[in-house]
Write a protein that binds this ligand. Sequence first.
Ligand code: NDP
Length: 397
Amino acid sequence: MSKVLIIGAGGVGSVVAQKCAASPEVFSEIMLASRTKSKCDAIAALIKNRTIQTAQVDADSVPELVALFNEFQPELVINVALPYQDLTIMDACLETGVNYLDTANYEPKDEAKFEYSWQWAYQEKFKEKGLTAILGCGFDPGVTSIYTAYAAKHHFDEIHYLDIVDCNAGDHGKAFATNFNPEINIREVTQKGRYWENGQWVETQPHEIKQALNYPNIGPKNSYVIYHEELESLVKNFPTLKRARFWMTFGDEYLTHLRVIQNIGMASIEPILYKGVEIVPLQFLKETLPKPEELADGYTGETSIGCRIKGIKDGQEKTYYVWNNCKHQDAFEETSSQGVSFTTGVPAMLGAMMFLTGKWRKPGVYNVEEFNPDPFMELIGQYGLPWQEEINGDLEL
Ligand code: NDP
């Protein structure tokens, strides 16, 4: 019987809360806390057959978090607020003896730079307290990292080439919108590209490397090499990798809007004065764009995210492709959410379940690929994200 506290009542938080509530045998008591309590209450109202508690908390404030943790006494916190809050929530966990799980690595508010160093620096502190911190347990990072660990364990003696391919072939009918928090999303996709090759990072201009890749059940889509956070931990944890890249599909319309947003300065995170008030253009833009959860109703099409891997097995070259396709409409029917929130929220719930059932319990701070992938891979299909695999097919890359 375990108590879990979910922080963040956005698109992902809604899916996590609903999915945890659907497994009362593991999640015996649930609290959903966020900056705006009314959003937590609206999510709680979606859950028909169970009552979950809700609370207001400013997750930038360690004292507020500590007070809430002491009052509710959760065994685990699932952090699905924003990457800016990772460290304050980890600090509060250490102070109160609570375990931790998140889906995105820390990023300072004033610099569009995300990397694991800040959170990896907590390794000894979590170890000393006997607490587990599970980093990056969404889809990517998350399932893609677990797919890689599964492939390395069962299909290869050495993995050499990893291409993570992320396609959203959905249509939400809006001229421009982002599928998760617009501020975080735009910071991520406007930065320079980066991939790992022969022991070092190779930097590219944003969206410089482009290739049409075929996605199962979808067909060819323009895909671009961008930097994505799981590459940092994967190249560290799988040192046989000669090359690791991350590809994401973008439509021409999306890229045109993005270019305009950048050219007119709206992607900037430098504060400016407007009528005597300091505003950050990107934060202002976020307020004018559709909220990720508003895209859900009527969103058609599907996502396809997977790992294409080349390596050696028993002295022979081998290829392996493992992926999941998720239909936005199915996600909506089950959780009133769109596919990107769904594909992030389900693994976060399952990672929490792995911890609470003792399968992923290891004091310290770990990325998901450092845990046994098998129990996760066994169950993820049953919770809504079934995977498929192809051995020795043409990877195109
Ligand atoms: P949303 O913007 O929809 O939700 C974020 C939530 O966090 C909001 O409810 C917001 O409150 C709350 N929040 C923000 N700041 C604070 C604060 N200081 N204190 C308390 N609550 C706060 O984002 P998403 O649900 O789309 O994304 C959630 C997380 O999931 C992000 O970190 C994102 O990067 C990550 N993600 C990971 C993916 C993966 O595959 N690994 C994919 C997609 C997302 P309010 O409602 O008041 O604004």
